[in-house]
Design a protein around this ligand. Structure first.
Ligand code: 2PG
Ligand code: MG
Length: 422
């Protein structure tokens, strides 16, 4: 496929921060993609290039945009690329650094995702089918949606706190039923919060979850479970946490709310929570470089629940290999912008899957209308997504695209739902 032209522009994300949109033209059409952006960013992620100048308080991305319009355009305009890998290899050698610090992972990723869209149309495929081709996966699977209904930590302006409290609707036969049950529970939770704490408690955080004034994680989980029960889904909707614990780790100590824990004490704290509540998954329970803590956590809970590595792994094959060797976790959180190209993200997913880990395809807290990750999760067939609560259009765009894909797969009689059991 020949790329006639590539260009980029600065657009805004769901927090009103600038981000990169890339656009590739081929003989068939023009194809766009927008890059997401995190807040509780892992320190080992590929570099997100920001201008650091006056505009948008330093958050402008005009340098990354200009890297697409100059360096990348010069390299790929008018050239033919036979595969995703060929294009991404060209981008990687153009950048030439380990963490994409020359051109910016945000410059590379926009072009890489727009190319996948162009390739799909060139091959007369849906985007999820094209991703299946690239990743050599033939089993398209609709994911169990992890719904982040209570926001904390950096997504809610509270640093020493668990970041995400999620509903896991696992006891259902289809994605749309799971989405409905999760959404009904989300609405019921809103009612309960309003009745108990007033309307203020139902304001939304960055990922569409509520930010109630409930300091204690036990109280929050109790409230969630009571909403699950009242909605009529006891046992069918479980609970998951993303602790994002690097954010509350200081000088080797973890502070959650009023309490301070050593690494070992934190493992015991989680074990108690798992015991008390219906928790099936803990993400970033330990800090991004606390390898010992991760191994201890997985040793203690890894047989019973999913232990997900996000900031620990940063969708990076080298870190995943280390985590496999050290038995640090049993699940990969997959974020395309942590690594910077579609090919590398797919390699990370395939490595995790081939080692019997589960894989959760994830949004960022700063998102846009681009629903690429919906096709990604189905195309990779990983069976789990983390796209936030069912509110705010940047999250809903993903859920609605999953509903369209579900309809399509149902029509062909090949719709499968749900991931590896945990
Ligand atoms: C996370 C993500 C997404 P952020 O920690 O998993 O929920 O948050 O994009 O802010 O890193
Ligand atoms: Mg996380």
């Amino acid at each position: 496929m020949k790329i006639e032209n590539v260009k980029a522009r600065q657009v805004l994300d769901s927090r009103g921060n600038p981000t990169v949109e890339a656009e590739i033209s081929t003989s068939k059409d023009s194809f766009r993609a927008i890059v997401p952006s995190g807040a509780s960013t892992g320190k080992h992620e590929a570099l997100e290039m920001r201008d650091g100048e006056k505009a948008y308080s330093g958050k402008g991305v005009l340098k990354a945009v200009s890297n697409v319009n100059s360096f990348i355009a010069k390299e790929i305009n008018g050239k033919k690329f036979a595969s995703q890998k060929e294009l991404d290899s060209a981008l990687l050698s153009l950048d030439g650094t380990e963490n994409k610090s020359k051109l910016g992972a945000n410059a590379l990723l926009g072009v890489s995702m727009a190319f996948t869209r162009a390739l799909a149309v060139e091959n007369n495929l849906e985007l999820f089918e094209q991703i299946g081709e690239i990743s050599k996966n033939k089993n398209f699977v609709l994911p169990v949606p992890q719904l982040n209904v209570l926001n904390g930590g950096k997504h809610a302006g509270k640093e020493s706190d668990i970041q995400e409290h999620m509903l896991f609707p696992i006891g259902f036969d289809s994605f749309s039923e799971a989405l409905q049950a999760g959404t009904e529970t989300y609405h019921l939770l809103k009612k309960k919060l309003k009745a108990k704490y007033g309307a203020q408690a139902t304001l939304l955080g960055d990922e569409g979850g509520f930010v109630p004034p409930i300091g204690n994680v036990n109280d929050r989980l109790e409230l969630m479970l009571s909403a699950v029960e009242e909605a009529g889904y006891a046992g069918k909707i479980k609970i998951g946490l993303d602790c994002a614990s690097s954010e509350f780790l200081n000088n080797g100590k973890y502070s959650v709310g009023e309490k301070t824990f050593s690494s070992g004490e934190l493992v015991d704290f989680y074990a108690e929570l798992v015991d008390k509540f219906d928790i099936v998954s803990i993400e970033d329970g330990m800090g991004e470089d606390d390898w010992e803590g991760w191994s201890a956590l997985t040793k203690s809970l890894g047989e019973a629940i999913q232990i997900v590595g996000d900031d620990l792994l940063v969708t990076n094959v080298t870190r995943i290999k280390k985590a496999l060797a050290e038995k640090s976790c049993n699940s990969l959180l997959l974020k395309v912008n942590q690594i910077g190209t579609v090919t590398e993200a797919i390699d990370a997913s395939n490595l995790a899957k081939s080692n019997d880990w589960s894989v959760v395809v994830s949004h960022r807290s700063g998102e846009t209308e681009d629903a690429f990750i919906s096709d990604l999760v189905v195309g990779l067939g990983t069976g789990q997504s983390k796209f936030g609560a069912t509110a705010r259009s940047e999250r809903i765009a993903k859920y609605n695209q999953l509903l369209r894909i579900e309809e399509k797969l149902n029509e062909s009689g090949s719709c499968v739902f749900g991931g590896k059991t945990f």
